[in-house]
Design a protein around this ligand. Sequence first.
Ligand SMILES: NC(=O)c1ccc[n+]([C@@H]2O[C@H](COP(=O)([O-])OP(=O)(O)OC[C@H]3O[C@@H](n4cnc5c(N)ncnc54)[C@H](OP(=O)(O)O)[C@@H]3O)[C@@H](O)[C@H]2O)c1
Length: 265
Amino acid sequence: MNSLKCADKKISAVVVTGGSSGIGESFIASISNLEDNPAICNLSRTEPAKKWLDRGVRHISCDLSIGQEIERVVPEIQAFLAEHADGGVLLINNSGFGGYGEFHTQSLRRDLSMIDLNVRACVHLAGLLMPTLIERGGGIINVASTACFQPTPLMATYGATKSFLHSWSLALSDELKDKGVRVLCVCPGPTATNFFRAAGFKESPISVGTTADKVVDESMRAFFKDKWIVTTGFWNKMGVGISSKLPKVLVTKLSGGTLRKIRQP
Ligand SMILES: NC(=O)c1ccc[n+]([C@@H]2O[C@H](COP(=O)([O-])OP(=O)(O)OC[C@H]3O[C@@H](n4cnc5c(N)ncnc54)[C@H](OP(=O)(O)O)[C@@H]3O)[C@@H](O)[C@H]2O)c1
């Protein structure tokens, strides 16, 4: 059990988005088990499991796809950070959802909402917390996806949101490296969570190679090692390594071929 430190500074307050299920809930579980046990505040539309609330996790209900909703909860987040001011701050941008189908057949409103949640909310929260992060030290963990490394036909908007997160996250890592704020981009492959149900499938349409707990274990180890990016899982690392060597148009066609084999939701 490690304690949660950033540049040798103890983290006293963690703000996580999407802790009501999947990878976000595993982040809550993993951080709750750390030695120093920092205070945790979750932002999502529904509450995390009661066991986490009983263990002191603060929940702030918020639809992060709506900018005004984020502004509405800022005072509550600031109050939480002020109550736990004896160390640094960690922001985990994890909330997100995907969709499946050709762009022209999809709901435009849903795709715009995906951009608002997967991209805009991450920038919004990081921007609002940045003065505190720089003043107190700490970090940001951005949950992207292996979808960030190539265009993803039939998941065009989703893949593009994750490419944004990947590029933005690495740039922030560099900008903030001497300011006591470390930034990690997490790139999981298919993981057993509610993700596929939220994307419209009854059950996962592809084999999910891993669990949320394993993704978070590897992510936390990467954060402790001060890494800027982690692709979780051996086969995902292999896949990303190979596809990075291929021309982009070929990779797009290969990725389209694979994604077309998935049966429609
Ligand atoms: N599972 C995978 O295969 C996989 C692979 C690569 C990357 N990822 C990424 O991992 C992250 C977590 O997803 P997951 O797999 O854990 O899926 P999940 O179980 O569906 O969890 C998604 C989380 O996002 C929250 N969320 C959704 N819409 C929201 C909104 N409008 N406002 C606030 N929170 C919202 C949900 O909470 P509420 O519904 O309570 O709001 C939920 O806690 C996502 O960014 C996803 O893109 C997942």
